[in-house]
Design a binder for this molecule. Structure first.
Ligand code: HEC
Length: 207
């Protein structure tokens, strides 16, 4: 591909990604102030126009294309002249056409397509995981005992000597950087789930 054609292709792709440049001129740029995943129904979606043509323009107007009338609107921010807000009342795919007029010159800038999707709340208080039942704890303790026998009993003959130790403490001992720490030999052998089972067993190792 010729260099010129490649540059055009890159410009074209960039235009459809997050910003668009005026056709035939590079002095007006529209940039979305949210990332495209935040384009939601019912919200004001801000775009900023920048470039010398914007600063010295006689008038700038914006219009939506490709959607049924009334579905989406674009309006100029009453406080920040270079910012426009798109708002759609239902799911839509649209383009915004900005028209910049300066004297006898007129520049048209197509932005989009812009996809506006329904709002789905993804935040909030996560559901608390219920504490394990007595039955589940017994099962964990049985598995923990097996792990203890294979991995720990060679050095710690009496499990009661480690009664009540937490998974975090055992993990910290295994990951200790001190080369004289013998428990370092267990590094990478036990998963967090395994360590949790051992800790459950150590709550009452006489069982
Ligand atoms: C290669 C020998 C060795 C193995 C295997 C080993 N440890 Fe240790 N561990 C030690 C030594 C040595 C110490 C330091 C002295 C002490 O506190 O007992 C220690 C310390 C600890 C400590 C910190 C001190 C304390 O009492 O709170 C915990 C907890 C512990 N070990 C639990 C375990 C568990 C659980 C396993 C099996 C997953 C295990 N160890 C496997 C040698 C070992």
């Amino acid at each position: 591909m010729k260099r010129g054609a490649l540059a055009l292709l890159i410009l074209a792709l960039a235009g459809f990604a997050t910003e668009a440049r005026a056709q035939g001129a590079v002095d007006v740029v529209a940039t979305a102030l949210f990332d495209a995943t935040s384009f939601k129904v019912g919200m004001l979606i801000p775009f900023r126009l920048s470039g010398p043509a914007v600063d010295s323009a006689d008038s700038i107007t914006a219009q939506v294309l490709d959607v049924e009338s009334g579905k989406c609107q674009v309006m100029r921010d009453p406080h920040i002249g270079s910012v426009f807000h798109l708002k759609c009342v239902s799911e839509a795919e649209t383009r915004i056409v900005f028209t910049v007029i300066k004297g006898a010159n007129k520049k048209t800038l197509f932005y989009g397509p812009v996809r506006v999707v329904p709002f789905v709340a993804t935040y909030g208080v996560p559901e608390a995981t219920p504490p394990p039942t007595a039955q589940e704890l017994d099962k964990l303790a049985i598995e923990g005992k097996k792990l203890w026998v294979s991995y720990c009993s060679t050095c710690h003959t009496d499990p009661r000597s480690k009664q009540g130790r937490s998974a975090a403490l055992i993990k910290a001992k295994i990951n200790d950087p001190d080369p004289n720490n013998e428990m370092r030999s267990l590094k990478g052998l036990l998963s967090d789930a395994d360590l949790n089972k051992i800790a459950v067993y150590l709550k009452d190792p006489t069982k």
